[in-house]
Design a protein around this ligand. Structure first.
Ligand code: ADP
Ligand code: ZN
Ligand code: MG
Length: 491
């Protein structure tokens, strides 16, 4: 049998097959308290301090559904173009694990919160619509800690702070056909949920976790192949690497005459490979049944309307508006709508400048790079958007040149001062009128030889004069104006 590495090297073999991918994504909702009790959801507190009888699953403790968690879940589902089920049901999913003191997760099974959604993605220059099967709510388990203690070679510890943290699970249709599409889908999903403000989607903190289902089939085949579920994809890069490896592995199995087994596999970032973990568990293994301690979840027409009214403009709509309203290029619109604070910052700068295209240039070209270099978010920008607007206006009014503006900007970034203030203090205004003419006259007077050369037909000495004048004005003159004045005076 050829190995996955051989297949990876053979684009010819890979090209015979079509990958089929569906993602299951868990997202932590940004509520202050847990989903069935009032314990805080704070990250990083000492282990086992944010717990109570409800989230510890002590006998007799009763869950109360957090209204805010439901609202956020509905907002997420609306952003993913889902239909909201006006009545859904919570269900117990039973399994044993040391970090699950209740012995079951409260999830949704037969009647999820929302269904039939989709997300538009762009991959390889083409737009695609990826179906979303369902969005349901559930509670999180705790954490087993296998590292960081003196006796970690012998013991594992359990931290139950995370028990009962509200999650949504977003299950996609098997609509993706490459690792790039899966990457684009997860990117769009993350951006959308962040925009709505329902989750930070911080992968490092486990606020967004992704399992990938993948199969391959011969191109043109009608049926899907047998899938494997790959777990432990805790970064965007791992998702892509794991999928590429797993696709090649399955092709190698099939090319070797074997059959892909339905199983759960674990990705190991240190080897870039996936390894079989267990045979796939089935729904019936979990003994799902309706949660007896909670009523069916009903979302009234009025509540749904209120939530709908609270929805912000979503990234795709914002992008479209930036292109149509502001005349931005697709790429720029994409960059500037990457996060909600950035989009808001840009719109303020554009309004203050009275010139959205110039504002886009300054925000992208000068500001974002500097913020990036200092590891700062747009919300921490030392330059408020109004200052970018003012700088652009100063150029438009001819008070400073574009070149000078580029020198002023780093000072704005360093001090947070308004550009007009810096211009004022440093006397940077464009030099013009009598002052400039005086300097030009002086330069011409001091260089009679070059003047004679010019008049004798050697027009290139104008460059020499330009240099002299710019030096004498310390770069504060507009070169175009200097050039015109020189030509006029030299006749
Ligand atoms: P299961 O019964 O194993 O839970 P589901 O049909 O519920 O499988 O699908 C789980 C996830 O796997 C979904 O994201 C779905 O899109 C994806 N999926 C289903 N069948 C395939 C397949 N043949 N290849 C790749 N992904 C698949
Ligand atoms: Zn609690
Ligand atoms: Mg399933």
């Amino acid at each position: 049998m050829s190995s996955a590495a051989d297949i990876l090297a053979s684009s010819e073999l890979l090209a015979k097959y079509e990958p089929v991918i569906g993602l299951e994504v868990h997202v932590q909702l940004a509520t202050r308290t847990k989903i069935f009790c009032a314990c805080p959801t704070r990250f990083g507190d000492p282990p086992n301090t944010n717990v109570c009888p409800v989230c510890l699953g002590l006998p007799g403790a009763l869950p109360v559904l957090n209204r805010r968690a439901v609202e956020m879940a509905v907002q997420a589902a609306l952003a993913l173009n889902c239909r909201i089920n006006r009545v859904s049901r919570l269900a117990r999913k039973n399994y044993f694990y040391p970090d699950l003191p209740k012995g079951y997760q409260i999830s949704q099974y037969e009647l999820p919160l929302a269904e039939h959604g989709h997300l538009e993605i762009e991959a390889g220059g083409a737009g695609r619509r990826i179906g979303i099967t369902r969005v349901h709510i559930e509670d999180d388990a705790g954490k087993s800690v296998h590292e960081g203690f003196r006796d970690s070679d012998r013991y594992s510890y359990v931290d139950l702070n995370r028990c009962g943290t509200p999650l949504i699970e977003i299950v996609s249709e098997p609509d993706m056909r490459s690792s790039e599409e899966a990457y684009a889908y997860l990117t769009e999903l993350k951006q959308t949920l962040q925009f709505v403000g329902v989750s930070t989607c911080d992968m490092e903190k486990g606020h967004l976790r992704c399992d990938a289902n993948v199969s391959v089939r011969l191109k043109g085949a009608g049926e899907f192949g047998t899938k494997a579920e790959v777990k432990n994809l805790n970064s965007f890069r791992f998702l892509r690497e794991a999928l590429d490896y797993e696709i090649a592995r399955q092709v190698a199995v099939l090319e070797g005459g074997g059959a892909v087994e339905q199983e759960t596999r674990l990705y190991d970032p240190s080897t870039g490979q996936t390894a079989g973990m267990r045979t796939k568990e089935h729904a019936h293994d979990y003994r799902y049944f309706p949660e007896p301690d909670l009523l069916p979840l009903e979302i009234s027409e009025k509540w749904l309307e209120t939530i709908q009214a609270s929805m912000p403009e979503l990234p795709a709509a914002k992008r479209k508006r930036f292109i149509e309203e502001y005349g931005l290029r697709d790429y720029d619109a994409r960059v500037l709508t990457a996060t909600r604070p950035l989009a808001e910052y840009y719109e303020k700068a554009a309004a203050a400048a009275g010139n959205p295209v110039e504002a886009a240039k300054w925000v992208q070209g000068e500001l974002l790079g500097r913020l990036n270099a200092e590891g700062k978010e747009i919300t921490e920008s030392p330059v408020p958007p109004e200052h970018i607007g003012e700088l652009i206006r100063l150029i438009a009014e001819g008070q400073i040149t574009g070149k000078l503006a580029k020198e002023i900007f780093p000072k704005m970034f360093a001090t947070g001062e308004a550009p007009s203030k810096i211009v004022e203090r440093e006397g940077l205004k464009v030099m013009g009128g009598g002052e400039l003419e005086g300097i030009i006259d002086e330069v011409l007077e001091k260089n009679p030889t070059q003047v004679a050369q010019y008049k004798g037909g050697k027009k290139t000495v104008i460059g020499y004069f330009m240099g002299q004048v710019m030096r004498a004005t310390k770069g504060q003159a507009d070169p175009k104006q200097v050039n015109q004045l020189l030509r006029k005076k030299l006749g």
